[in-house]
Design a protein around this ligand. Sequence first.
Ligand code: FES
Length: 213
Amino acid sequence: MVIVFNLTSGGIGVTPMIAMAHELHKNGADFELHYSCSKKADAGFLEDFDAFPWMDKVSFYFSDQNTRADLDQVLSAYQQGSHVYACGPDRYMTSVMEAAERAGFTDDERHVEYFNVPEVPDYVNHPFTLKLARTGRELEVPAEKSATDVLAENGIPIDIKCSDGICGVCKCGLVSGEVEHRDFVLSKKQREEAVILCQSRAAEAGGVVEVDL
Ligand code: FES
């Protein structure tokens, strides 16, 4: 069972969830899509849903029609191995993730999909060393550059898409080192073994982060 949430105030937020639902349907996966919006008139792509072959898996909730989603109730169908994905404004995604945690979804079974960059803390960049585990090579990452910048300059280009720590494309295996994880994609557990190279840095100035490259 995969539960896909789309909590949006309308517009672009629903787009990734529709794409995900198409893919799940194609693969014969068991899923539900829960689409919430404060005003029905603002809900994006509503007219398209009728044509989707997985329309029977969709539930709509509109606050202005008094059909707000009861997250605890929706997520109470949790079974081990289920996953929940949410896309929408930060506070909605937080509510879904909190309800999912209460329902029993583990850290690795809760996922958020950002369509804009969330507010970030006032991080201070320090220089650090990026060690490449496969060759033992060490690259110095200055305060004003990212690990992906330095890798590209040294002929080791890493695929990047958002450069904001929200898409996960630049994820790399973490071998050792204390990391200040600045991404919005990895779970706590994933952070033990992976790092998002476009944003994350050594936790301390002059620290060494060894990656699986
Ligand atoms: S490029 Fe998107 S998270 Fe790094």
